[in-house]
Design a protein around this ligand. Structure first.
Ligand SMILES: NC(=O)c1ccc[n+]([C@@H]2O[C@H](COP(=O)([O-])OP(=O)(O)OC[C@H]3O[C@@H](n4cnc5c(N)ncnc54)[C@H](O)[C@@H]3O)[C@@H](O)[C@H]2O)c1
Ligand SMILES: Nc1ncnc2c1ncn2[C@@H]1O[C@H](COP(=O)(O)OP(=O)(O)OP(=O)(O)O)[C@@H](O)[C@H]1O
Length: 361
């Protein structure tokens, strides 16, 4: 894709991230391409919605993030809502969602500009709610410790029609990883009625419930005991967190099934977070439905992705010491048989491995 405009999201507390961003600015200047920073945290101005950030930057068509997964998610939020592609530069601890290291930035931008890349699309979640989400006064100050300024609650999506009131108010927000409904007060469980495709699954008294995408199946959902779901699958993954005396299993729902969460009468207040960012606090009687968004996130890939090797590598999956070491791939040298032609196959012998991760953090 010929890059017309670059947007950068930078973890300003990481010198390597700042240096990588300087390389991107220099590359853009050398190519005569506008380049500006997005979602810059400033004390004199609250953070802006994805639409506002994108508009203020002239709607970049490539968003490059310099940080770990959290910073990538900050950039993906802006890219997803505006049809831009996202490229993550790993200057973090895990960097599961990132693609390259800071020393590969110029080569990566050349590759994208010269169409020597691929784009992997990932499903997103969006929301409808019984009422617009709000944040109580003072939450930002409470949250500010170490996590940066809070995002504003999502706006009502343009074009919502009052006659659809029973279907909830559409919110202008997407999640790459997950929508998490979590108890706010430490001493009050979240009492939640969970509906899938409009049918009550169960009422929970839990710390939280997670509605994740396959991309987010390796994030909080994974930590809560949920399954790893291939990111090449479209599905909605529901996982409760520490449910008390209740069905504690994950349900992997179909991509056309919505998961709705209603706050029950005796529940404590419930925090709603998208990709780890608090976006609203619910009271008993409120409800929120999470479902597949019409937009998809466009991830820049500079080599064929090997998701399961990335999982092994970034999660440090250990092989059994009792087992023999196994070869990293299995792919016969002979031509692919016709009945296997539709399969996603490992690299052909001699194909380059996934781009290096550089230094491991
Ligand atoms: N107990 C937990 O593990 C926990 C708790 C809250 C939120 N989270 C996750 O953190 C995400 C936000 O990421 P963050 O980095 O801003 O928060 P963070 O700094 O709390 O990171 C949580 C961890 O999750 C990793 N991570 C994030 N997205 C991932 C993904 N798709 N696959 C694999 N690992 C992933 C991050 O690298 C980090 O190690 C949220 O979407 C949520 O899924 C995890
Ligand atoms: N400019 C900044 N100043 C201070 N803190 C920041 C800044 N940018 C990001 N952070 C904080 O650092 C946190 C972690 O950032 P990020 O997720 O990018 O790195 P990481 O957690 O080390 O990597 P990973 O998520 O891959 O494990 C963010 O969630 C954010 O709260």
């Amino acid at each position: 894709m010929a890059v017309n405009r670059l947007g950068l999201v930078v973890h300003q507390a990481r010198p390597t991230a700042v240096a990588g961003a300087r390389t991107a600015h220099a590359w853009a200047a050398a190519h005569g391409i506008p380049c500006c920073e997005l979602d810059v945290w400033r004390g004199d101005r609250p953070r802006r919605s994805a639409q506002e950030e994108s508009a203020a930057a002239g709607h970049p068509d490539l968003v490059v993030t310099f940080g770990g997964d959290g910073t990538f998610l900050r950039g993906a939020r802006i890219a997803a809502g505006n049809g831009a592609a996202a490229l993550g530069v790993n200057v973090g601890r895990v960097g599961f969602l990132t693609e390259i290291t800071a020393d590969q930035v110029a080569d990566a931008l050349d590759a994208v500009h010269d169409d020597r890349h691929t784009v992997e699309e990932r499903m997103l979640l969006t929301l409808r709610a019984s009422r617009p989400l709000e944040l109580p006064e003072g939450m930002d100050a409470l949250l500010r410790y170490g996590r940066g300024p809070a995002l504003p609650p999502p706006r009502v999506r343009p074009g919502s029609r009052p006659e659809q009131v029973g279907w909830g108010i559409p919110l202008d927000a997407v999640a790459v990883n997950d929508v998490v409904f979590e108890k706010l007060a430490r001493d009050r469980q979240a009492g939640l009625g969970v509906y899938i495709s409009g049918q009550l699954l169960a009422s929970y008294s839990a710390d939280a419930v997670i509605v994740a995408t396959p991309t987010g199946s390796t994030a909080y959902s994974f930590a809560a005991g949920g399954p790893v779901v291939s990111p090449y699958l479209d599905a909605v993954v529901f996982t409760p967190v520490a449910p008390h005396i209740a069905f504690d299993r994950t349900v992997v729902a179909a991509v056309d099934e919505a998961v709705a969460v209603r706050v029950l009468p005796t529940s404590g207040r419930v925090a709603v977070s998208l990709d780890g960012q608090l976006r609203g606090v619910l009271e008993p009687g409120d409800w929120v439905a999470a479902y597949r968004a019409p937009d998809r996130l466009r991830l820049v890939r500079l080599a064929p992705t090997r998701f399961y090797h990335r999982l092994r590598d970034r999660f440090r999956l250990a092989d059994s010491p009792a087992a023999d070491p196994a070869p990293p791939f299995y792919r016969p040298r002979s031509p692919v048989p016709a009945d296997l032609a539709h399969l996603r196959l490992p690299p052909a012998p001699g194909e380059p491995p996934e781009p290096g991760r550089g230094d491991r953090r």
